[in-house]
Design a protein around this ligand. Structure first.
Ligand code: SAM
Ligand code: DTB
Ligand code: SF4
Length: 347
């Protein structure tokens, strides 16, 4: 372990080797969690979790063939397709989310890539949601450099674009685009200075080396994504991936812990799949380093944990919602972690 006297910036590396990441996955569970939790405390208030709400602003009828996704037009899941929402409807939903305690609002659209005329409408949403004082995130599929720039100019804080799995396993899950397409969009987003939100899905039949390779790709990008969603596959009947055995909960927690160690200053989000997790499993995920959740009745098209259950869980664990990091997410979060350490030292 690194010495506690080293500056916290020393923990941030972009030169991880695949072998190092593999080694982390083979650590005994307690050793891995001890290490990830220690790092988590150095960089964040360990009792604060960011609360984010998701909204599907354009649902279903997607031309892509992602085998996990209920929104692909190729699978019969019974999902009703819906056109791009109007700006006023989106703002009303964002207000509701803000009033129930969310500080961040993520708008998702089932596109391979957005049409320029739709992007104009979405830009209207970004501006209006930002005006409510919320952090904004959008996930709209592949973007050209010019499209990414338009979103950045509109003030979008984060763009979500997941790599989902390893480069090696990608072709087993999606055939209508390739891994490099994802990396290209991520580069376009990064070039604009927007924050990057990028993670993946666990439970699609991938191997542990695939999980290690996925996290290795994220942790060796020129800059770590500021937000790293780790989804547990939500199995939707009619999609090719439904009916699989669930991932072992401890194996899922290992992914959270390794993500925390590799990207110590990023928010690691315990994303899809919480509705199927016990409170104990979620508590372990927070201990391992997860510090962001989706809060609200729905994810995009599937059920999320009940809001009342989340409020009870936070109260039982003494967790509070992280305040909105308006200007520089990292700087504010580090300040919060320092404050927490001072409070702890004083008691
Ligand atoms: N169409 C855009 C794209 O693919 O980038 C944006 C929306 S897409 C639904 C956003 C992400 O949701 C996917 O990259 C995937 O990681 C996640 N996702 C979709 N279906 C899921 C499922 N059944 N279980 C877990 N995560 C899922
Ligand atoms: C992410 O990584 N997970 C979210 C968000 N980013 C867009 C989406 C989860 C979707 C789960 C399946 C559904 O509700 O359709
Ligand atoms: Fe379309 Fe995105 Fe679903 Fe893939 S994950 S089918 S691109 S909505």
């Amino acid at each position: 372990m690194r010495s506690a006297t080293l500056p916290a910036d020393h923990d941030v590396r972009n030169d991880w080797s695949v072998a190092e990441v593999h080694t982390l996955f083979t650590l005994p569970f307690n050793d891995l969690l001890f290490r990830s939790h220690a790092l988590h405390r150095r960089h964040f208030d360990p009792n604060a979790v960011q609360v984010s709400t998701l909204l599907s602003i354009k649902t279903g009828a997607c031309p892509e063939d992602c085998k996990y996704c209920p929104q692909s037009a190729r699978y019969r899941t019974g999902l009703k397709a819906e056109k791009l929402m109007r700006v006023e409807e989106v703002v009303a939903q964002a207000e509701r989310a803000r009033d129930s305690g969310a500080t961040r609002f993520c708008m998702g659209a089932a596109y391979r890539s957005p049409r320029d005329q739709d992007l104009e409408q979405i830009i209207g949403m970004v501006k209006a949601v930002r005006a409510l004082g919320m952090e904004t995130c959008a996930t709209l599929g592949m973007l050209t450099q010019a499209q990414a720039q338009k979103l950045a100019d509109a003030g979008l804080d984060y763009y979500n674009h997941n790599i989902d799995t390893s480069a090696e396993y990608y072709g087993e899950i999606i055939t209508t685009r390739c891994f490099q397409d994802r990396l290209d969009t991520l580069r376009h987003v990064r070039n604009t200075g927007m924050h990057v939100c990028c993670g993946g899905i666990i439970g699609m039949g991938e191997s542990v080396p695939d999980r290690a390779a996925m996290l290795h790709t994220l942790a060796t990008l020129p800059e770590h994504p500021e937000s790293v969603p780790i989804n547990r596959l939500v199995q939707v009947e009619g999609t090719p991936l439904s009916g699989r055995a669930d991932v072992d909960p401890f194996d899922f927690i290992r992914v959270i812990a390794v993500a925390r160690i590799l990207m110590p200053r990023s928010h690691v989000r315990l994303s899809a799949g919480r509705a199927q997790m016990s409170d104990e499993m979620q508590a372990l995920a927070f201990f391992a380093g997860a510090n962001s959740i989706f809060y609200g009745e729905k994810l995009l098209t599937t059920e999320n944990s009940q809001q009342s259950a989340d409020r009870r869980l936070f109260a039982r664990l003494g967790i509070h919602a992280e305040p909105h990091a308006a200007v520089d997410g990292h700087a504010q979060v580090n300040a919060a972690a320092e404050e927490h350490e001072q409070r702890r030292a004083a008691t």
